[in-house]
Design a protein around this ligand. Structure first.
Ligand SMILES: [Zn+2]
Length: 265
């Protein structure tokens, strides 16, 4: 599932078409993808407008078009943004394709957990402006992290880190990476976590993944859990203990039982 850095990687896909006018629009037949804005609304709204820019906020995407038109979206579990030549023929999973004279801008999603939403407003849509502080923003202070932890003191940290209200962009592997770097077991209660250490780990992991994955899908540092967790028989990069995996609330958690022992009850 795309997390902060993967979303930032996909967000660049349409950049070569910046300033180009949308000449025609293809929408696929699946209503589920158009659950927020009906498919029929896209062609009349977008045709004839220039594509201006893409922004991200955590896992969310915002596309700006000429004359105050905005497309908000997210990639769900399997969504991707692609750029193709203008003679591109839509596949079954291409739910939205915007054609310019030089490109086809494609939103592809095989499982349709992704979605898009059209808005017209003088600035970014109100819902976008109301999003919580991003982890790398100046507003994401240690006090902000402390307040979040205090609101959910009994939450296991792994589950809590997946809450986009507090940690926009953090998904399964990034949450496991935070726990690994803080040497905390996934079941550690939020109340016992040091907010400054949590903020610092989150910031480091966001920055490094934006410098690697988001640029060209290259690997983050070798001493991260991330580069070992997918391998069968993966070993902890610090102490070489075999990594443990378990399903917590439907998500696979991965951790090192030596570096991240469960604290006594
Ligand atoms: Zn270890």
């Amino acid at each position: 599932m795309p997390e902060l850095a993967e979303v930032a990687f996909y967000a660049k896909a349409w950049h070569p078409a910046q300033g180009q006018t949308i000449l025609r629009v293809h929408t696929g037949p699946k209503p589920r993808f158009f659950r927020h804005t009906p498919a029929a609304a896209f062609a009349p709204a977008l045709t004839g407008r220039s594509f201006l820019d893409t922004r991200t906020h955590g896992k969310k995407l915002l596309f700006a078009f000429q004359n105050n038109l905005w497309l908000t979206g997210h990639l769900g579990m399997t969504g991707e943004l692609l750029l193709a030549p203008p003679d591109h023929l839509p596949t079954a999973h291409d739910h939205l394709v915007l054609y310019t004279a030089h490109h086809a801008l494609i939103f592809r999603d095989s499982r349709m957990f992704g979605a898009v939403l059209l808005d017209e407003s003088p600035g970014p849509p109100p819902a976008w402006q109301a999003l919580p502080p991003e982890i790398l923003s100046p507003q994401f202070t240690a006090a902000h992290a402390a307040a979040a932890l205090q609101r959910h003191p009994r939450s296991p940290l792994k589950a809590f880190l997946l809450d986009q209200t507090y940690f926009p962009g953090i998904g399964n592997w990034m949450a496991d990476e935070v726990l690994f770097q803080l040497r905390l077991h996934p079941a550690t209660l939020a109340a016992s976590v040091n907010p400054s250490a949590l903020r610092q780990a989150l910031r480091t992991i966001c920055q490094k993944s934006l410098q690697t994955i988001a640029v060209n899908w290259s690997d983050p540092p070798k001493n991260w859990l991330m580069t070992h967790r997918w391998k069968a028989g993966g070993l902890c990069p610090r102490c070489h203990t075999p990594l443990l995996r378990d399903t917590l609330r439907g998500r696979t958690a991965c951790w090192c039982p030596t570096c991240q022992p469960q604290s006594p009850p």
